[in-house]
Design a protein around this ligand. Structure first.
Ligand SMILES: [Fe+2]
Ligand SMILES: [Fe+2]
Length: 242
């Protein structure tokens, strides 16, 4: 049995990793080997993977927090938002903190601010989507007047000589002159990790905030026909072959 094989009652299902997850790595692309295994007892993974928590038919944002946004990033989102709300920040700031890294929580890390903003745009205010998008670029640029310094962790992540690419520089400059700049800047201020010595709040403690600020679709995230519905479905079924 290979690493990408998931025996189940009935037929064994085979998972082909997303191309972007192994591109440039030393993980050998298993596509040819998996396709060679297809037979009456082996099919490609489609739909619910029993290895993952089952999502309800009409998922809410909190269902994603409970069943998909786990691990370091899931805790990081809850803690960032908790710190913001305990500091008495406005709903938009707390919302943006709660959602700023949802792309790297369960979809994709690269350019996570941009992916996250697109995921959220149909459901949150323009201000929240803006803050999610631009926090990524603003993280690289200190703003002493607002109490933000370059993160120590970025030295560890990227090395002390890292220079962000031009598009990050341009987008940070654009954000700095935007009317919602302070909302995005505040996300970067509450955006701490590794040193997070803070209890992880229950996702349900944000239910009232979400009721006021998140347009939860009646058909469920992923099934409402929005411009980003497919992105939510990809998080529900991340192992689908097609
Ligand atoms: Fe981020
Ligand atoms: Fe973050």
């Amino acid at each position: 049995m290979c690493d990408w094989e998931y025996p189940q009652p009935g037929r064994t299902r085979l998972i082909l990793p997303q191309p972007i997850a192994i591109a440039g790595s030393r993980v050998p692309d298993p596509e040819a080997a998996l396709l060679a295994r297809l037979d009456a007892d082996h099919v490609m993974m489609m739909g619910d993977n029993p290895a993952l928590p089952r999502m309800p038919a009409k998922p809410t944002l909190l269902d994603f927090f409970r069943a998909r946004f786990g691990g370091i990033t899931g805790r990081h989102l809850l803690i960032s938002a908790d710190r913001a709300r305990r500091n008495g920040e406005a709903d938009a700031v707390v919302m943006a903190c709660l959602l700023h890294d949802i792309a790297n929580a369960a979809l994709i890390r690269a350019d996570h601010g941009y992916w996250g903003a697109q995921l959220l745009a149909p459901y949150v205010s323009e201000e929240v989507a803006f803050a999610v998008k631009y926090h990524q670029a603003l993280r690289y640029f200190p703003d002493q007047a607002n109490g933000y310094t370059y993160p120590e962790s970025y030295h560890a992540f990227f090395g002390p000589d890292y220079v962000p690419p031009d598009y990050i520089r341009h987008d940070a400059e654009y954000a700095r002159n935007h009317r919602h700049y302070l909302t995005a800047r505040k996300v970067t201020i509450y955006d701490t990790y590794f040193f997070e010595d803070w209890p992880v709040p229950d996702p349900d403690s944000f239910a009232d905030l979400l009721a006021r600020n998140f347009r939860q679709p009646a058909d469920g995230l992923g099934f409402d026909g929005s411009a980003s519905a497919h992105m939510w479905r990809t998080m529900i079924w991340p192992n689908n072959f097609l």
